[in-house]
Design a binder for this molecule. Structure first.
Ligand code: HAM
Length: 432
């Protein structure tokens, strides 16, 4: 132990965690590729004003969660709290608007929010996110939801619910806000203190409440869906029809407003079937007004972010295991000085042909080395002792069955490489 530990709300990702991580990240990359998304990575640092303008002054992110600071040169910077603002900034900075539209980009990046840490809620988390910029076609919304649906299916998750809503746009939202504010003001005394304060800053945030006493009020609030203007209603119906044509189930959720101010039209969230505020495994929506907010020409866009830690939590909750590593691993054990140098030679020869090898270090008993081989998860032990050194051979042992064979050192690489098919006299663990 030292006196140091990870900062609150941050975690180490240890070797045993990587089977899940690699599986989620590889699946994300594969599925994004199937839909024609190409990878982008933006800097972890961003201008504070980019996030204030993009996500909105009255959001939790801007009010209390950004890791913002003034650097030695006087620049106001923050660790990236979310992915969309930087990607839209990059789209204009690199004139991607000249490419065929929409431009489809994905990222796998760390995000930083100074939230109260709890299960599934971290101060540093990772998101797989996609942004499709440059098309207002509702078919883009549908395709993005199909991508997410396929992604979660490929991870082996089940029982997720897709919540869907429309936020309207600049033409119809003001009338809705007026009606909502009037309603909430009438019921102000019934709201939790936090929500009374939200009502004064941004009434939409009240719909997002986690406070039980406010939820009763929210249940009776006017629905934004009753206030949509004709273009918003058409978009909403087109998205719903598109999902139905693909048999993607969803629930209309008029209280889904999301925690960021840039949304217009479609908003959505995939929720895992367990209780609590941390059930959203992914969410996003359209942001057709965002480009203008950042001083760029009006440009529609839509995207989502999906929290990788929450996905892994949900996989574990549901007992979904990542596929076992396909590559066979050999543990090289040796006894005696000459054997150690033979072990180094054989290990290098095996790695040169792509076989993963763990070689024993130091001088330990064969028994201790066999124990280490088992706990490393090796399929085979390759044993070199005095007899093997004197005859230029090695002994290969199948650790599951205990069967073994002795063969010339020069033949080991050839014998081990094709071991997806068992070598004569030995079975592989997979074939049992
Ligand atoms: P968000 O809903 O704030 O949206 O985050 C997206 C996802 O990231 C959440 O659904 C959740 O899975 C995960 N997440 C968020 N905060 C945390 C946290 N503190 N700890 C662990 N996981 C977390 C956005 O960030 C938008 N940029 C999504 C988007 C992209 N909208 C349009 N394009």
């Amino acid at each position: 132990m030292t006196e140091f530990a990870t900062p609150r709300g941050t975690v180490d990702i240890l070797p045993d965690d990587w089977a899940h991580w690699d599986f989620v990240v590889d699946t994300a990359r594969r599925i994004a590729g199937l839909y024609g998304y190409r990878r982008i990575e933006t800097p972890t640092l961003g201008d504070v004003s980019l996030y204030v303008r993009a996500t909105g002054e009255a959001t939790d992110i801007v009010q209390k969660e950004m890791y913002a600071f003034r650097d030695q040169g006087g620049d106001d910077l923050t660790l990236r709290p979310e992915g969309t603002a930087h990607v839209v900034r990059a789209y204009f900075q690199h004139v991607l608007n000249r490419l065929p539209q929409p431009v489809k980009l994905y990222y796998i990046e760390r995000m930083y929010r100074r939230e109260a840490p709890q299960r599934g809620r971290l101060r540093e988390h990772h998101q797989f996110g996609c942004e499709a910029i440059g098309s207002a076609d509702p078919a883009v919304d549908v395709e993005m939801l199909a991508l997410l649906h396929q992604f979660y299916g490929a991870l082996g998750l089940s029982g997720l619910t897709l919540h869907l809503n429309s936020m309207g746009d600049g033409a119809c939202r003001p009338a809705y806000l007026q009606a909502l504010t009037a309603y909430l003001q009438v019921h102000q005394a019934e709201l939790a203190a936090l929500d009374r304060e939200r009502l004064s800053r941004n009434p939409l945030r009240v719909l997002d409440t986690k406070e039980a006493r406010s939820q009763a009020v929210v249940a009776g609030a006017p629905s934004i869906l009753d206030y949509l203007c004709i273009p918003c209603r058409e978009h909403w119906h087109a998205v719903r029809a598109g999902l139905e044509a693909l048999s993607i189930a969803y629930e209309v959720d008029p209280a889904l407003v999301r925690g960021l101010d840039y949304y217009t039209h479609t908003v959505f969230e995939f929720q895992a079937p367990y209780e609590g505020a941390q059930s959203a495994v992914g969410g996003g929506g359209r942001y057709d007004g965002l480009a203008e907010t950042l001083g760029a020409p009006p440009t529609p866009g839509i995207g989502f972010g999906s929290g990788i830690e929450r996905l892994i939590l949900t996989m574990k909750e549901q007992g979904v295991m990542p596929p076992p590593p396909a590559r066979l691993r050999v543990y090289v054990a040796h006894v005696g000085q000459d054997a150690a140098s033979a072990a180094g030679r054989v290990s290098t020869a095996l790695r040169a042909v792509g076989v993963a090898v763990i070689m024993s270090f130091g001088s330990r008993s064969l028994k201790a080395q066999m124990k280490a081989a088992n706990s490393a998860g090796a399929y085979y032990a390759l044993i070199i002792g005095e007899d093997e050194v004197s005859t230029g051979t090695v002994t290969l042992r199948d650790l599951a069955s205990g069967q073994q064979m002795t063969l010339p050192e020069s033949e080991v690489a050839a014998a081990v490489v094709p071991w997806d098919t068992p070598p004569p006299g030995l079975e592989t663990r997979d074939s049992k």
